[in-house]
Design a protein around this ligand. Structure first.
Ligand SMILES: *Cc1c(COP(=O)(O)O)cnc(C)c1O
Length: 479
């Protein structure tokens, strides 16, 4: 190998440092019970990955039950503590869309969290897990009549109404049934958070939510105000309060705080002008996690304290009671609990010309899954990290790209990573941080079977979602 292979590569992005020890696992990216065993192999709760591969095959989603429960509890306890004196605590709704199956819904319930859904299918999972309707929320910008009826059948704690159309439709459905629907309004406060910065605008150009901007740029005469006014006129609507969700993968609390301020000001005005009691306020999800060494998530306690300070001072300034606060973390609870286990296949090294006139090697490492089990790199240009899992090595690291087996050149799992130069076919790789929006977004592209999910706890591994078989793949094809 040339000298380039034992030093930082000009092909690496700025945020990726050449590793002192390529075998090291950064704790912020992994579940708490993942570590290397005595011989160097990756283990979870003491189970070596080679054993998981032998029992369950690959690719495989490997989830730590202990880590999931710990993160869920941490959100609940941290926010409860920060808001205890202000509003008696916080309702934490786990965003089921990030990852949901019956077993995980049960963990959520057992840890004292509630569950957010956004479709009839997600409601079906919640029902199968035995979660009472009072602990469920339903989101969505285009809920069907069937979904709204199902929500009423299940006695849902809250239906988060997204538009005036939906309000009128739900009011009619509930009236027909002689019931009152529990409703929150999703508002767009014009705050968008992007990791290290957030932008604030008056007008929104997106499909979700009721705009808070009226004709003169203030909230007067806005669709949000129209919704509150209409709701107060409906006997079939029990208006609980307001909701916002400002984005995803957010590290800093400022965006949440600004959104909270804007919503609370609106609450005060609705109370003054329409006599509206809005006893609940949901500040949404979007808390960021570490996908790579460059990501710096804050502990829930820090976020909770920052948000509580703003809610407290804003309510005091406006002279209103502090509403019951709720939040909706998805990714930050399930994301770091899971790694995807892959087996390495084809390898090739290409020489890449750079603008400075140099030529540098990049290693392509193909694995037995890809965009069918992790669509986020294709969808969002998302970055991930990777570790050689089946062993350690003292070989130098080479800048590498982990790619899938699909018929797309964009089928990338990890765009940039330093992997040991002696990686060979049959090695196992682990990609951390794949608990959220990976299994949930999985597809059967190229008739590749979707992987199963294994939960590990107390040194035991069990399937909680089985992987697909060739029969599954053919089952809906009517021949
Ligand atoms: C997606 C979503 C969430 C969860 O977002 P995360 O980034 O996974 O925390 C919460 N609330 C709403 C309304 C969402 O659409």
């Amino acid at each position: 190998m040339t000298a380039e292979t034992s030093a930082a590569s000009p092909l690496a992005p700025d945020w990726l440092a050449y590793p002192e020890d390529a075998n090291e696992l950064l704790p912020k990216m992994w579940a708490r019970d993942v570590a290397r065993g005595a011989a160097g192999e990756l283990e979870i709760s003491g189970i070596p990955v080679s054993e998981l591969k032998a029992r369950f095959g690959s690719p495989l989603f490997v989830m730590s039950e202990m880590d999931f429960r710990t993160r869920a509890r941490d959100f609940k306890e941290s926010f409860d503590a920060a808001f205890a004196e202000l509003c008696g605590g916080v309702d934490v709704y786990y965003a089921g869309k990030s990852f949901l199956c019956t077993e995980v819904a049960r963990w959520v319930d057992q840890e004292g969290l509630r569950l957010d859904t956004c479709s009839g299918g997600e409601l079906a999972v919640a029902a199968r897990a035995g979660i009472p309707g009072s602990k469920l929320g339903l989101h969505g910008n285009n809920k069907s009549d069937a979904e709204l009826n199902r929500a009423l059948d299940m006695g849902l704690g809250r239906i988060v109404v997204d538009s005036l159309d939906e309000l009128h439709r739900l009011a009619a459905i509930a009236a027909e049934r002689n019931e009152r629907a529990n409703v929150m309004f999703r508002l767009t406060p014009g705050v968008h958070a992007h990791t290290h910065e957030f932008i604030a605008t008056a007008h929104e150009d997106q499909k979700f939510g009721l705009s808070m901007a009226g004709p003169d740029g203030t909230t007067a005469g806005s669709p949000a105000e129209e919704a509150v006014r209409s709701a107060l006129g409906y006997d079939s609507i029990n208006l609980l309060g307001l909701h916002c969700h400002i984005g995803s993968q957010i590290f800093e609390p400022e965006g949440f705080a600004l959104a909270a301020e804007r919503l609370l000001e609106f609450v005060a005005r609705m109370r003054k002008e329409h006599g509206a009691e809005l006893p609940e306020l949901d500040l949404g999800g979007g808390y960021g996690i570490a996908y790579t060494e460059a990501d710096t998530p804050r502990p829930p306690a820090e976020l909770a304290q920052a948000m509580a300070a703003v809610v407290s001072s804003t309510c005091a300034r406006l002279g209103i009671a502090v509403p019951r606060i709720s939040i909706e973390p998805g990714r930050a609870i399930v994301g770091p609990t899971t790694f995807t286990l892959y087996e390495t296949g084809t390898l090739k090294t290409v020489n890449v010309d750079t603008p400075d006139g140099g030529t540098y090697p990049r290693r392509y490492v193909s694995v037995d899954g890809g965009m069918s089990d992790n669509a986020r790199p294709v969808l969002y240009d998302a970055d991930y990290s990777v570790a050689l899992a089946s062993r350690v090595t003292q070989e130098p690291a080479i800048i590498s790209r982990v790619v899938g087996k699909h018929c797309e050149s964009g089928d990338i799992v990890v765009r940039d990573a330093y992997l040991p130069a002696d990686i060979a076919a049959g090695d196992l790789l682990a990609v951390p941080g794949t608990g959220a929006y990976c299994w949930a977004l999985a597809s059967n592209y190229n008739y590749v079977a979707r992987p199963g999910v294994v939960a590990v706890a107390d040194g035991q591994a069990r399937l909680i979602v089985r992987g697909e078989t060739e029969e599954d793949l053919l089952a809906r094809d009517l021949g």
